[in-house]
Design a binder for this molecule. Sequence first.
Ligand code: SF4
Ligand code: SF4
Ligand code: SF4
Length: 235
Amino acid sequence: MSENIERRRFLKCLGAGSLILAPLGCSSVKEEDSNSNRPHYAMVFDQNKCVGCGECKEACNKANNLPEGKSRLMMEQQSGGVEGQKCSHCGKTECDCERKYVRVSCQQCKNAPCVTVCPTGAAHRDPATGIVTMNADKCAGCKYCIAACPYDARYINKDTDVADNCDFCLNSKLAKGELPACVQGCRYDALIFGDVNDPNSYISRLLAVKDSVRIKSHFGTEPSLRYIPIVKQGV
Ligand code: SF4
Ligand code: SF4
Ligand code: SF4
């Protein structure tokens, strides 16, 4: 399956054909799970800050040795206007006045179907961090996890024939005490990573004061990715 087809499936699934961060299909998030001593690693994508430069994707591909044409992360460009209607700023039906971008990647679900269906235990939750990741040696290439993921966020790495997903750079960066590569690569502070079970972490304090949404929360998988939707000026 080509990357373009996979990407279309992913975006269709996320509802990006209209507006990925439109209220429909998203749920507002204010508080994280409390009374837990275990970490819950999460990531925030701030649409207000993203300029669509793609440096996060490049950093990810390099850090995780991904093959040409594959990525754990994609940036989708969206126009701000409503299809068929004229832009309120320039009057054109197609323009870049309100260009915006959305991160599409594994949502790091708390209830992860990819893990549940994997017959070999290759797709699993890291016991120390709770992050959904892969044990490449166990993967049989059956693609059950790919079929089960409601976000179409998984793919087969053609170099290794192993299923893959964004695991917050568990082995490539977190294991060395570093932030995920995409977070390090973003010069615009559009990506924030941390433990939402730590009330003093920056991500916890950010989520306490900013409205954020989970995409397609009705899937019931409790994604750990949060999106801060763009705030329209003058509205
Ligand atoms: S988004 Fe898909 S691949 Fe990622 S944890 Fe959820 S079910 Fe698994
Ligand atoms: S956290 Fe790591 S694996 Fe996930 S998108 Fe960012 S750079 Fe890629
Ligand atoms: S590096 Fe940051 S600003 Fe650039 S596309 Fe990625 S999230 Fe957006």
